[in-house]
Design a protein around this ligand. Structure first.
Ligand SMILES: Cc1cc2nc3c(=O)[nH]c(=O)nc-3n(C[C@H](O)[C@H](O)[C@H](O)COP(=O)(O)O)c2cc1C
Length: 274
């Protein structure tokens, strides 16, 4: 029997068929407790009660349980908004290399069903674009990114971090997911100091930190472009050789690492969205 759900957005991989603006049709076996009308469509509960129905969607491995409103005579289940988890990446890039890493994090996060992404660039003066603070306020996860300059984040990122003392006062980012990534010219280059700075910033905001969850590629057979060759657990690291253009660096394996890191952050955000 066909059912309908009002949905704001569809999971990209849901395989469910949109039949109108925000309307989703799917077929299920008729549940015992549902009463159908002459047309065979559901018109209410068998016991006549007008109460919220609960609909379980199985969508190719990413099934979600959705609260539905009362069954109506027009076989439409009015559901509460099916909310996506919002992953907001706020980063600075002086010369375009860290931008590539940020885009890879975003691509990874955006590939997770149920996640939507926002990329916010801190500009050359250390300021956010219009709407940037609002986007951060609406985020479920905030991912910090900056190049490592002189063993720490660029001053532009630090200016943004200092300006975040405003949401800090009200602990507005409390319990959001926090994560971070950095890119620099050297294999090491003190990148961990930058990630530690991001971690401290997240802790000041009472956020929940999430690392890469990626094992290091550190065996004899390891190749430079293997995933997590730079072996970072705390956050994603990338190397752009000092003479590489943004098209040449970060190196491909580090971009793949950034993508997987984005997937991990988004996967966790979707899981904990509730
Ligand atoms: C002022 C400055 C300081 C830097 N300090 C470091 C450093 O401490 N460690 C490192 O490995 N690379 C360092 N670099 C190299 C940058 O991290 C590297 O070029 C990076 O790819 C720049 O990223 P961007 O294009 O996003 O600005 C520094 C570069 C600049 C301009």
């Amino acid at each position: 029997m066909p059912f309908y759900l009002n949905c704001r957005r569809l999971f990209p991989t849901s395989g469910l068929r949109p039949v109108g603006p925000g309307l989703l049709q799917f077929s299920v076996a008729k549940p015992d407790n549902v009463r159908t009308g002459e047309s065979g469509l559901p018109v209410g509960f068998a016991d006549g009660a007008d109460r919220p129905a609960r609909v379980m969607l199985e969508t190719g491995g990413s099934g979600r349980d959705s609260e539905a409103g009362p069954v109506s005579s027009t076989p439409v289940f009015s559901t509460k908004e099916w909310e996506m988890a919002r992953i907001t990446i706020v980063y600075h890039s002086g010369y375009g290399h860290t931008l590539k890493q940020a885009e890879a994090v975003r691509a990874g996060a955006g590939s997770v069903p149920g996640a939507e992404t926002v990329l916010i660039a801190v500009d050359a003066e250390g300021n956010l674009p219009e709407g940037g603070w609002e986007a951060l306020a609406a985020a479920d996860a905030i991912v910090f990114g900056a190049p490592t300059y002189m063993g720490g984040p660029s001053w532009q990122f630090k200016k943004f971090a200092d300006a975040s003392s405003k949401p800090w006062f009200s602990q507005a980012w409390k319990d959001k997911i926090g994560a971070g990534f950095t890119n620099s010219a050297s294999l090491n280059g003190d990148k961990l100091a930058t990630l530690h700075y991001f971690f401290t910033l997240a802790m000041q905001h009472s956020m929940i930190w999430i690392g890469t969850g990626l094992m290091p590629s550190n065996r004899k057979a390891a190749q430079r472009n293997d995933v997590n060759y730079l072996a970072s657990f705390s956050g994603a690291m990338a190397q752009s050789p000092s003479d590489a253009s943004p098209d040449e660096g970060p190196l491909p394996g580090d971009l793949e690492t950034a993508n997987l890191f984005g997937q991990r952050v988004a996967g966790y955000a979707v899981k904990t969205k509730g």
